[in-house]
Design a protein around this ligand. Structure first.
Ligand code: URP
Ligand code: ZN
Ligand code: ZN
Length: 462
């Protein structure tokens, strides 16, 4: 067989297997796996000796070009997908927002326009629902048929995205019928709002009060409520950006009872803690995200959750705002700090540190960043594995490459890095999307606009 590209002598790692061997690619697909595939006539040979050959990362939680908090997230689909590619992510799922009174189709069309000419990797959408009169229920079915098979609902941010339990229950009942999946931002927004207003009235305006006004109990209560509503509706539920042990316990209890409840966490909750809010001046604003960073002891519980499959996915919740001018909108009032932090570029490197430290296995690493997200969101086996017939989305990951995370060197269009100065060992050295190189060493060699929209399959319980 003649390959367009042959990757030789690497350690191929999937969620289940590891072997030293070769991957043969023709056009956009993986067509052969073996130990001595013929190199003669191959269009391009990539020597992966001493490196891992893993399926491209799938980030199922990003906010590119998103209007939020009085401004717009700093990365658009061009800078965001290029940064993602540098970090070994080859597909992402972003959020198309339905504003009140709009059709769901308008949300989808609006986000397609933002992405289609700009994306350098493949992309899909969840739809954020803010308004769901009965007349719109059929629109959910229509979106599912078009491959937008998941919906995000917010139990927080009153007056912006927050919806009430009736709407949540209605949406869940609909996904139980149409094969969609509800992704839930689980925090008790009503109670948090009261605590926030009390804090402001007492003159507590510094960034640290963002964290102090969003207790872990508010996250746990909403997580339990979301699961109960899903149980009543006979639907599955996926909790996004889970940050603390209290919420994790609710997911674990439900799963132990056989309820189809799932959750993701993000690298920031695995590595960073609430002591960062005590940085001098306004610097704590860099880590104003929702849910906020928690006391350090939660991190060990989250790692344990990842090991035991109480948590199934690691995403980024990439929602970047520059410190200058964007975060600074909240000087003197923490509620005006746009919520979110950058991370689309650093997810694989940071989670791989967990392998180096013996917290998770290499196979589990691949499962958390690629295979499980693909399965959860209807992309498997086209994406999320290295198998004959799958898209040739491949990361050549050098386990010895040293990187220092920094705003000076990262490719995200944001003026700070939440992990500034962190030394990492292990990073992508080459990345292919559907057989085409997009990253070679420190260079982007892909093409803006070459990313394809991914029409996803309906949800299958994992
Ligand atoms: O702070 C965050 N997480 N910003 C993005 C919006 C969200 O809630 O996911
Ligand atoms: Zn959220
Ligand atoms: Zn988010």
């Amino acid at each position: 067989m003649k390959f367009d590209t042959l990757i030789r002598n690497g350690e191929v790692v999937t969620a289940s297997d590891r072997f030293i061997g070769d991957v043969g690619i023709v056009a956009e697909k993986i067509v052969a796996l073996g130990t001595t595939l013929p190199a003669e006539n191959a269009g391009r040979v990539i020597d992966a000796k001493g490196k891992y050959v893993i399926p491209g990362g799938i980030d199922v939680h990003t906010h590119l070009d998103m209007p939020f908090g009085g401004t717009t997230s700093a990365d658009d689909f061009e800078s965001g997908t290029i940064a993602a590619a540098f970090g070994g992510t080859t597909s992402l799922i972003d959020f198309a927002i339905q504003y009140k009174g709009q059709t769901l189709r308008t949300a989808f069309d609006t986000w397609m326009k933002k992405a289609e000419a700009k994306a350098a990797i493949d992309y899909a959408f969840h739809c954020i629902l803010t308004d769901l009169p009965d007349a719109r229920l059929e629109e959910m079915n229509a979106l599912v048929r078009e491959g937008v098979t998941s919906f995000k609902l917010f139990m927080a941010y009153p007056g912006v995205f927050m919806v009430e339990d009736g709407l949540i229950f209605k949406a869940m009942s609909q996904t139980a019928q149409n094969g969609g999946l509800i992704c839930m931002h689980a925090e008790n927004g009503g109670a948090i709002d009261v605590i926030v207003r009390r804090a402001l009235a007492e003159g507590k305006t510094a960034p640290k009060y963002h964290a102090l006004t969003r207790p872990t109990t508010a996250e746990a209560e909403a997580t339990a409520r979301a699961i109960a509503l899903a149980e009543m509706a006979g639907a599955a539920v996926y909790i996004v950006h889970l940050s603390c042990n209290d919420a994790l316990e609710k997911v674990r209890e439900a799963r132990d009872r056989g309820i189809p409840a799932y959750a993701e966490t993000c690298p920031q909750y695995l590595y960073l803690d609430d002591s960062l809010y005590d940085r001098p001046g306004f610097e704590g604003a860099k880590w104003v995200m929702t849910p906020p960073l928690r006391p350090k002891w939660h991190q060990e519980k989250l790692w344990e959750g990842l090991r035991r499959d109480h948590l199934q996915v690691v995403s980024t919740d990439h929602c970047p705002f520059c410190f200058k001018e964007q975060k600074e909108m909240g000087v003197g009032d923490f509620t005006k700090i746009p919520n979110g932090a950058p991370g689309i570029e650093t997810r694989l490197m940071l989670l791989h540190e967990g392998v180096r430290k013996g917290r998770i296995t290499l196979n589990r690493f691949v499962q958390l960043v690629s295979t499980a997200p693909a399965k959860m969101f209807g992309l498997y086996p086209r994406k999320g594995t290295i198998a004959v017939g799958s898209d040739a989305d491949i990361v050549i990951f050098d386990p010895n490459k040293e990187v220092v995370l920094s705003a000076k060197t990262h490719h995200m269009k944001v003026d700070y890095n939440p992990f500034e100065g962190t030394r990492i060992v292990g990073a992508p050295s080459a990345v292919l999307v559907r057989g085409k190189p997009v990253i070679e060493g420190d260079k982007f060699v892909g093409r803006v606009g070459s990313g394809q929209f991914l029409k996803r399959e309906t949800f299958v319980a994992q």
